[in-house]
Write a protein that binds this ligand. Structure first.
Ligand code: NAD
Ligand code: TYD
Length: 354
């Protein structure tokens, strides 16, 4: 079986749903269930014996040790992290705790477990660490896209904590020979994404007649990848990636934030027309401190060495995503109650309109 950490979050839950629809190999999901973890994401697998859920922290060494001994996974895929840049600006400590200390403890327990495995299992074992393109810092308009050899230059507490975790993973390979793989992926979007990130936030605010908040001038650029494509890339790297290597994953879809928001508005105008164009709700607000200008991914390595490329274009993926949010009201109601509102107040109430 495989061990997935953070499997109740956005990408982890999409990964588990995809995995169990394709393979019969069981999955253990270790998740702390922070505000971002939601077991409802996996409710369609409630009675599936191939999925074991364990609530726990990747930094809880005793818990991790005992579950490795009990379930003896052949691979670990580490999604667990604090993942939101704006939250890392308001409160960086949790990012250091989970992304740095948590990854360290998980690596240490994995090393102890892996060292004791019989040689054949040892050779085939994999630790796949899921990381982000944000570790490479910010690009200017005409700079070449990030490749696997671009120097790290993280700018936010989030990206710095992910960079630290990537370095630890690298060091465990170099020093102890742990068979690790690292993937650095661009911005994901798709079903089950918590609506504090740009795309789901804009879809829900639009439908509620609320402002569509754009930081700064809206010209920051991100490369967008449909989450199903990210999951297929992870499966490819897990099965065929070379240990110790890093693979960049991207969607060949660089867009300004304004383009993203305008695309969402025009699809909503078509699918759920209001008495005004949704773009009338666009509001420019104070910028994010230290806001990275542009991310772009050169994904030639994963394409040429492992044969992976994305199946969705931004246009097809964003339409599917909007359709999913339009038809999953219960999920939306549950995740936007309670603590969610506190975050929206904290992040937006003090930002002046520009
Ligand atoms: P998410 O915030 O939606 O989910 C994170 C999950 O990890 C949650 O279920 C949470 O409960 C769990 N978790 C947090 N701390 C934990 C801990 N200490 N122990 C166990 N579980 C813990 O994040 P996501 O968007 O699904 O991202 C998953 C991974 O992919 C992260 O490592 C992130 O850095 C990386 N990534 C995300 C994106 C993106 O656009 N979302 C892009 C590239 C890489
Ligand atoms: P986000 O989804 O938070 O991802 P990341 O910061 O990891 O790239 O933000 C995507 C882009 O959208 C980023 O440039 C910040 C911007 N943004 C807004 O303009 N308004 C918002 O309300 C949010 C949440 C993000």
């Amino acid at each position: 079986m495989i061990l997935v950490t953070g499997g109740a979050g956005f990408i982890g839950s999409n990964f588990i749903l995809g995995w169990l629809s394709k393979y019969s190999e069981p999955v253990i999901n270790l998740d702390k269930l922070t505000y971002a973890g939601n077991l409802q994401n996996l409710s369609s697998l409630e009675n599936n014996e191939k999925l074991v859920f364990i609530q726990g922290d990747i930094g809880d060494t005793r818990r991790v040790r005992s579950l490795l001994q009990e379930y003896r996974p052949r691979a670990i895929i580490n999604f667990a992290a604090e993942s939101h840049v704006d939250r890392s600006i308001h409160g960086p400590e949790a990012f250091i705790q989970t992304n740095v200390n948590g990854t360290f403890h998980l690596l240490e327990e994995t090393r102890n477990y892996w060292t004791e495995l019989p040689q054949r299992e040892k050779d085939s074992f994999r630790f796949l660490h899921i990381s982000t393109d944000e570790v490479y810092g910010s690009l200017e308009e005409h700079d070449p896209a990030f490749s696997e050899t671009t120097a790290y230059a993280p700018n936010s507490p989030y990206s710095a904590s992910k960079a630290a975790s990537d370095h630890l993973v690298r060091a465990y390979h170099h020093t102890y020979g742990l068979p690790v793989l690292t993937t650095n992926c661009s911005n994901n979007y798709g079903p089950l994404q918590f609506p504090e990130k740009l795309i789901p936030l804009v879809i829900l605010n639009a439908l509620r007649g609320q402002p569509l908040p754009i930081y700064g001038d809206g010209k920051n650029i991100r490369d967008w990848l449909y989450v199903g494509d990210h999951c297929s890339a992870i499966c490819t790297v897990l099965e065929n990636g070379k240990t110790g290597e890093v693979y960049n994953i991207g969607g060949n879809s660089e867009k300004t934030n304004l383009e993203v928001v305008q695309t969402i508005c025009s699809i909503l105008d078509e699918l759920q027309p209001a008495d005004h164009p949704y773009s009338d709700q666009i509001t420019f607000i104070a910028d994010r401190p230290g806001h990275d200008r542009r991310y772009a991914i050169n994904a030639d390595k994963i394409k040429s060495e492992l044969g992976w490329s994305p199946a969705e274009s931004f246009e097809s993926g964003i339409r599917k995503t909007i359709e999913w949010y339009l038809s999953n009201n219960d999920w939306i109601k549950n995740v936007t109650s309670g603590a969610y509102r506190n975050w929206i107040d904290q992040n937006y109430s003090t930002r002046v309109n520009t």
